[in-house]
Design a protein around this ligand. Structure first.
Ligand code: KIV
Ligand code: NA
Length: 266
């Protein structure tokens, strides 16, 4: 199976829904890759992997290290790497330097950045210079301090209009796809209908051109899950049960057993 390309993803607009999940580590990437179209090395790794309070402290070093692991663990999906807070907002030139480093150090084909109208010139600058960009509008976690929390967006008419304008600007600037996060369902449908590139929803609408979730959320591995997450498996429960059995076996000296011990060959 050859690796999908960015143009192939773009062509999926209005077609079979795109399947996207986050991945931060090599083994998880290997397990998700055959089923996915896109693996996102999300800056959500700040909370999920590092226990940070938000995505704001995530660094380029962290994104590069995890991004390289995910590229090594996949051969089919397009790997997209989040640009961390502070690495792209100041200018298109700063964004290009960060994106070039991410692509050179990881081998990933694309980056993702948060923002709307204000980021459109940056999306155009990167897209015209060989850096495929995925946008991210609506609830943009790097803006948590400006937004005042992680609640759903697009409830007021003004907010609805702003998010639609953001999506249009990013799409018109050349983004190959856009993540729409935490917005009212009708707004997600409107954005999907109005922009030319695929719109990938998370807490958005089943009518988007694809869906993304944080893998640890859908596997029941993270402590807090927002309303839009469906828990497809209780991995936390399964891990706890396995560790309970291990602890019991160690304490009763039933592990290691004969099968796990090197015995002398008489
Ligand atoms: O960082 C992340 O995991 C994301 C997805 C939730 C879209 O940006
Ligand atoms: Na992110």
């Amino acid at each position: 199976m050859k690796r999908l390309t960015v143009p192939a993803i773009r062509k999926r607009k209005g077609g079979e829904p795109l399947v996207m999940l986050t991945a931060y580590t090599v083994r998880m990437a290997q397990l998700l890759d055959p089923q996915c179209d896109i693996l996102l090395v999300g800056d959500s790794l700040g909370q999920v992997i590092y226990g940070l309070p938000s995505t704001l402290p995530v660094t380029l070093d962290m994104m590069c290290a995890h991004g390289a692991a995910v590229v090594r663990g996949s051969y089919h999906s397009v790997v997209v790497i989040d640009m961390p807070f502070g690495s792209y907002e100041a200018s298109p030139q700063a964004a290009f330097a960060s994106a070039a480093r991410i692509m050179a150090e990881t081998g990933a084909a694309a980056v993702k950045l948060e923002g709307g109208v204000a980021m459109a010139p940056t999306v155009a600058f990167l897209s015209e210079r060989g850096v495929p960009v995925m946008g991210h509008v609506g609830l943009t976690p790097q803006a948590v301090n400006a937004l005042g929390g992680y609640g759903a967006r697009g409830r007021s008419e003004a907010e609805h209009a702003k998010i639609l304008a953001d999506a249009r600007a990013i799409a018109d600037a050349g983004a190959f796809a856009i993540v729409a996060e935490g917005i009212l369902e009708p707004l997600a449908r409107t954005i999907t209908a109005e922009v030319a590139c695929p719109v990938i929803g998370i807490g958005a609408s089943a009518q988007c051109d694809g869906q993304v979730l944080v893998t640890e959320d859908m596997l029941g591995l993270f402590e807090r899950t927002p309303r839009f997450v469906k828990t497809f498996e209780d991995m936390a429960g399964r891990i706890s049960a396995a560790v309970e059995t291990y602890a019991r076996d160690v304490r009763s000296r039933t592990f290691p057993g004969v099968d796990q011990t090197y015995l002398p060959k008489d």
